[in-house]
Write a protein that binds this ligand. Structure first.
Ligand SMILES: C[S@@+](CC[C@H](N)C(=O)[O-])C[C@H]1O[C@@H](n2cnc3c(N)ncnc32)[C@H](O)[C@@H]1O
Length: 310
């Protein structure tokens, strides 16, 4: 399996703002990981410890996509939409470059950037190859994200985890729609949920989720299932107290009807993956499904909602 790295090199009046804008924009294209290169205060001694970093003088953001049969179309779309959004800006100049990578190279490279991270009141995500001394009230999620989305560090994931901490206990069953690395299934189980299902249209994600459940000593059985496919075809007869879904806004809007069908009468849905620009579209879809917002969580340019039936 090959991957494609898109490297955006840029100069901006406000680097922090430009970085957020570029990452948020690219997120909409289903990226698998983000790597950020920034120049740093130069000390001549650093030349010997990290020559590559030392010589780097540019700001760059790299994101990764699987190289599948429709990637060329996607590439064209990314370049066109990127230019449409950013080319007329007075405060930003940029250059886009695409590179092909082998899966293994990507995974090895990617691992260097992941560290244990506290993502909510109780949860710490720990990459399997790192050490971490947990304090008494911390819950550790062992994770090897592989090629699936969900390391915990993206706002869309941690906003969801923070809402899950409020609404999930041993009395509820949960389905995670778009489970990716399985991180939200692990959170649901660690919060005591008696039954946790996860579903994803990406076969690699299903494999990654199963491996990560195992890493956390969660056994796949009648109460823990990871399903490959689309919600509608695969989960028709079953109802859940809690549905969590961290997916792109346009997909969430399409899925909301199917999600409502698997929701118990007093159940709740935790929706994440919502970039601020799309907030109103999501609110309209929520209203059209006879649902209402009962809680909201925000970070940077991202929003997550808890909703239930009117
Ligand atoms: C942003 S990732 C979320 C991963 C993880 N749940 C998290 O919160 O970090 C979205 C996932 O949704 C999956 N997905 C996209 N459309 C889907 C659909 N219609 N049904 C099920 N999964 C879908 C993608 O394959 C991807 O793994």
């Amino acid at each position: 399996m090959k991957l494609v790295e898109l490297k955006v090199t840029y100069e901006a009046e406000n680097y922090e703002k430009a970085k957020e804008e570029i990452i948020n924009f690219l997120y909409e294209f289903g990226i698998q990981g983000v790597k950020i290169d920034e120049p740093f205060e130069k000390n001549p001694l650093d030349y010997y410890s990290n020559e590559k970093q030392f010589l780097l003088d540019t700001y760059a953001i790299s994101v990764y996509f699987p190289k599948n049969f429709y990637f060329e179309k996607k590439k064209k779309l990314i370049i066109e939409s990127f230019n449409e959004k950013f080319s007329k800006r007075e405060d930003l100049i940029y250059n886009l470059e695409f590179y092909e990578l082998d899966d293994e190279d990507y995974l090895e490279n990617w691992k260097k950037y992941l560290y244990p991270e506290k993502i909510s009141e109780h949860f710490v995500v720990k990459p399997t190859w790192r050490k971490y001394n947990a304090s008494e009230n911390e819950k550790i999620i062992e994770l090897d994200p592989g090629r699936a989305f969900g390391t915990g560090s993206h706002p869309t994931t941690y906003l969801c985890v923070q809402l899950m901490e409020k609404y999930i206990d041993e009395n509820v069953n949960v389905i995670d729609v778009g489970t990716g690395s399985g991180i939200l299934m692990i959170v649901a189980k660690m919060l005591g949920s008696k039954e946790v299902w996860g579903i994803d249209i990406d076969e690699d994600a299903v494999e990654a989720a199963k491996e990560n459940l195992e890493l956390n000593n969660i056994k796949i059985d009648e109460t823990i299932k990871v399903i490959h496919g689309d919600l509608l075809g695969k989960v028709e007869e079953k109802k859940f107290d809690v549905v969590v879904a961290n997916i792109l806004p346009d997909v969430l809007i399409l899925l909301l009807d199917s999600i409502s069908k698997v929701l118990k009468e007093n159940g709740i849905i935790i929706l994440s993956g919502i970039i601020k620009d799309k907030e109103q579209d999501i609110l309209n879809a929520i209203k059209n499904q006879n649902l209402k917002v009962i809680d909201k969580n925000e970070s940077k340019d991202w929003i997550a909602f808890t909703v239930k039936s009117v």
